[in-house]
Ligand binder design. Structure first.
Ligand SMILES: [Zn+2]
Length: 549
């Protein structure tokens, strides 16, 4: 027997098509607050014409979103798909609004590679409110709605019709505003990465489906003829390559910054290069490119994955070690000995689940002792991957004794702080890195009896600290401001290294304002370590210009 509840509230069922249209409206209009704000700020968008343009633009986005959703308009897939898009849009809106970032392929890779600790650094109540308002409330409403789906042959027809009509209207919209639209997109290329949720859909397709982006052929060997040719015999060379994080060149007092952020390095015989540009604007983009022989342009268009600098050094016979105090080596240390120090609980260097970069020095001797003796006798290259100035929680990167500039921004949502406080917190991370690098040099000096020592420090990318209202990093390279792409690079050679390599610090200092880039790193390290191989290009080795001078 069926019971009837006369007074029970009855929700009218909604067709899948109606839900697609409602979701498209919400995702396109509410989910694009950042886009509307940014469009409104553009000089091209003003008056009635600007308003008309924006309305047609919005209609275009609604139609494309509904075309995408029409593909999923089935009983089991529609609600999950809309929910996923709501969540992505909620998170994306927060980051785009707060930090001026855009969601392109490389930003998506960054997000996917972020570890738990990094993610936790970024949690804030504004993030929760944004996600609740834009995603969770509408998702809750969505799941409350009974949905009707037609028998499948009819639903196919319905979905196909919705798809076709959506695309047709979108096409009509483009025609209406084509001239203005084309020039707007040309002049502000980052805009197309700001269209939620299509930017995420696009990045996802780029990363998974679109074949040109995939390099799944076998790993290509390079430098198979690599040999050591140095005159280091009785004291093998030992290079520490410090891979910096989010350090930007202009905040180093060695490069002319007005604040004293390099008090300790200033006392060492170092060379600080002032005009070094990065390969990318994020860790995931820069790090693999830095260790590649290809250089920025060829790297982004490469068809295959190649071995890297560390493979060549190892093939030449050197011992190679990667010590990581961050979220991993982005595949660069896959074929060399490597260790992660981020979760060690060394009391003086760690608190909670994060360790200062100096923790890497405490592990150095023990880890080097595990390397093959015959390789160590030839020489060694140790990469130390810093936590450095990783944001947005800059204040978490420094110990109390290095908080030289106060007050610091201690809110992970940077927009809540005065810009001065953000810069204070950031500058303190540079002071902390200054201390770390001086400790690395100190450690190398202690190895002088047994090794010919040198240090090379270079950061992966820079950081925006509120210039033009942009924060953090990761903008597409073409439109990235110099703050994100100009990185510090510092060399230190022991007197014995200078003597044997015939490269003098005095000469390097005359070259410090030369325009260099990450493209120089691969060849300069091979040159410095006296590796002979056909893949080495002397014109890209910045030490070579100083050899014998
Ligand atoms: Zn980075």
């Amino acid at each position: 027997m069926r019971l009837m509840f006369i007074d029970a509230p009855v929700r009218p069922p909604r067709s899948a098509t109606t839900l697609v249209i409602l979701a498209s409206l919400w995702l396109s209009l509410a989910g694009n607050l950042t886009l509307w704000k940014n469009l409104y700020a553009l000089p091209e968008i003003s008056g009635w014409q600007g308003l008309g343009f924006t309305l047609v633009f919005a209609c275009m986005i609604i139609c494309v979103v509904s075309a995408v959703l029409s593909l999923f308009a089935w009983r089991l897939t529609l609600k999950p798909m809309i929910t996923l898009m709501l969540l992505i849009t909620g998170f994306a809106t927060y980051y785009m609004w707060m930090y001026g970032i855009v969601l392109d392929t490389s930003m998506t890779v960054n997000v996917l590679q972020t570890d738990v600790r990094e993610a936790r650094d970024q949690l804030s109540w504004q993030l929760f409110l944004t996600v609740i308002g834009l995603a969770l409330v509408p998702a809750y409403w969505l799941w409350q709605q009974p949905m009707t789906v037609l028998p499948w042959p009819k639903q196919i027809g319905r979905n196909a019709a919705l798809f076709a009509v959506s695309l047709l209207v979108a096409f009509g919209c483009v025609q209406l505003i084509f001239q203005d639209f084309a020039s707007l997109m040309r002049n502000h290329t980052q805009l197309r990465h700001q269209i939620n949720p299509l930017n995420s859909v696009n990045a996802f397709l780029q990363l998974t489906v679109i074949p040109s982006e995939k390099k799944d052929g076998p790993l290509q060997p390079i430098g198979e003829d690599a040999k050591t040719a140095g005159n280091f015999s009785h004291k093998p060379p030992l290079l520490i390559l410090v891979l910096g994080e989010t350090a930007r060149s202009q905040n180093f007092s060695l490069n002319g910054y007005a604040r004293s952020t390099n008090p300790l390095l200033a006392k060492e015989q170092v060379t600080s290069f002032t005009q070094v540009s990065s390969c990318g604007t994020s860790t995931a983009e820069s790090v693999p490119c830095m260790f590649s022989h290809l250089g920025r342009k060829d790297f982004s268009g490469r068809r295959n994955e190649y071995e890297n600098l560390l493979d060549v050094l190892q093939r030449a016979g050197y011992a190679v070690l990667w010590i990581d105090n961050q979220s991993g080596c982005k595949g660069q240390c896959d074929r060399v000995p490597n260790v992660n120090t981020a979760n060690l609980n060394v009391p003086e260097h760690c608190n909670g689940d994060e360790c200062r970069d100096t923790v890497m020095l405490t592990r150095l001797e023990a880890e080097m002792a595990k390397l093959p003796v015959e390789r160590l006798a030839r020489g060694a290259v140790v990469v130390m991957h810093q936590m450095g100035s990783h944001g947005p929680a800059y204040f978490k990167r420094t110990s109390a004794e290095f908080k030289k500039f106060t007050p610091e921004c201690t809110d992970t949502s940077l927009a809540q702080c005065e810009r001065e406080q953000i810069i204070n917190a950031y500058d303190n991370t540079i002071v902390q890195t200054d201390f770390f690098l001086s400790r690395v040099i100190g450690w190398l000096k202690g190895q002088d009896k047994a090794h010919t020592t040198a240090m090379l420090y270079v950061s992966d990318h820079g950081e925006s600290l509120g210039e033009k209202n942009i924060y953090l990093h990761g903008l597409p390279y073409r439109v990235a401001p110099p703050e994100q792409t100009t990185v510090p690079m510092i060399t230190w050679l022991s007197p014995h290294f200078e003597q044997l390599s015939r490269v003098s610090t005095r000469c390097l200092q005359t070259q410090r304002d030369k325009a260099l880039s990450h493209d120089n790193l691969f060849h300069s390290v091979l040159g410095l370590m006296a590796v002979k191989t056909s893949v080495y290009q002397r014109e890209l080795d910045f030490f070579a210009a100083c050899e014998g001078r």
